[in-house]
Design a protein around this ligand. Sequence first.
Ligand code: NAD
Length: 478
Amino acid sequence: MTHKVTLIEGDGIGPEVVRSTRKIIEATGVDIKWDLCEAGAEVFKRGLKSGVPEETIESIKRNRVVLKGPLETPVGFGEKSANVTLRKLFETYANIRPVKEFPRVDTPFKGRGIDMVIIRENVEDLYAGIEYMRTPGVAECLKLISRKGCEKIVRFAFEFARSEGRKTLHCATKANIMKFSEGLLKKTFEEIAPEYPDIEPHHIIIDNCAHQMVRFPEKFETIVTTNMNGDIISDLGSGLVGGLGLAPGANIGNGIAIFEAVHGSAPKYAGKNVINPTAVLFSGVMMLRHLGEFEAAMTIEQATLATLEEGILPKDIAGEGPSTSTTDFTDAIIANFGKTSSAWKARDYKKIKVPEVDKRPDIVRSKTAECIGVDVYIDSPLFSEELGQKLRALTANTDFDLKMISNRGVQTFPSAGTMPDVVDLWRARFTAKNGASTDRSKVRNLLECIEKDHKWTDTKLLELIDGEEGFTRAQGEN
Ligand code: NAD
């Protein structure tokens, strides 16, 4: 059967590694009709702000399978990442990054039998890219995590572990600090785990996870985590087994899959024929399994390992020894088709059952939601004590009491006598007088009163959701 695949060669070293991968895949005889499309640097240069042209989007919509090289993103300025745009446009919510020890690759962890897969939530968290300059000197990035997003990634991770016969799944979060956002992943994981009795669930705090990955990497089989954590620990993972040249990846959503290496466009190596194509090649192997071409996937995987075992090594993993060019490495792999590796435990792969999740926006509903106050953000050059006294006087005749003011999450008014540094973005927490409920019209009155003397910039209602506080307390707040 002919498979149709959208092919994006990418920037920097992208074309070299993608062409190598294409040549090796074609040599297996699998019938693929490649639809060559553009995204990234050249597209930005033409002035298209998304970096992803309409024709590329249409091709992906038609083919629903993409093999892509890395795309360049300017750091700290300029347009949004075209990579992230692609992942988000097609809701590829699961990022799979296998970390497996390769033969002949010298690392401090050689011989430990590392074989883990990191499953990173790919579209939510800080990477939603919702940012504001809250005052000229204070930047904010929203960390949005939903029950729906957690449910999708957790179910996917369990299904993935099952599809590869993996017996344990660690859920890595920072739920000890971010109890609502990171905590939602932990809670969802604990609720769903009993549905997969064949997989042993563990929760681990992300910083400890990073520590344990370095000390005992062989103990991890599968890790599921939030976007930012996953970004970091998957690069850590690739470092354990020999670097980015060996780290493949896939972005999976419902009915759509984008296969790409973890690494970027490594511009300083572009066009030099020295780069290691294995990361993109093994992303291509994942793609072949996704397409049901298990035999071709195994042929490539085994031939690559046999090539490494023969000591034919690209520069990044050759150490002080002789190295081979990208093109010679490619040809050596093809010449080794049919050979097998003794070092690599082949798995009995099955197709992943991508879970269906309710599409409604409000999959979680509360029975009651009671508004008991409001946080008002104020842009002010005043110090805390003065601001607090002024706000108290100004709002004395409203339905609210000023409970406290915090600055960067720490209570500064009333002061506990400690000395937190402060910036010009204040959070004034008002609660309804006498512990009563309040409503939006009273909040509007409060804001009108405050804006007589101060510049408020944002509000957040304080709600009891099914009787539980739907907000956290500031450090030092009782
Ligand atoms: P990078 O991954 O491009 O390169 C970092 C270093 O890793 C390189 O200097 C090189 O030493 C090594 N390396 C990477 N790939 C290799 C390979 N295949 N073989 C051998 N060695 C390899 O990271 P960077 O320099 O931080 O980023 C460069 C650009 O790539 C940036 O514009 C960044 O935004 C982009 N990027 C894109 C993606 C993506 O497309 N998914 C991912 C990461 C970074």
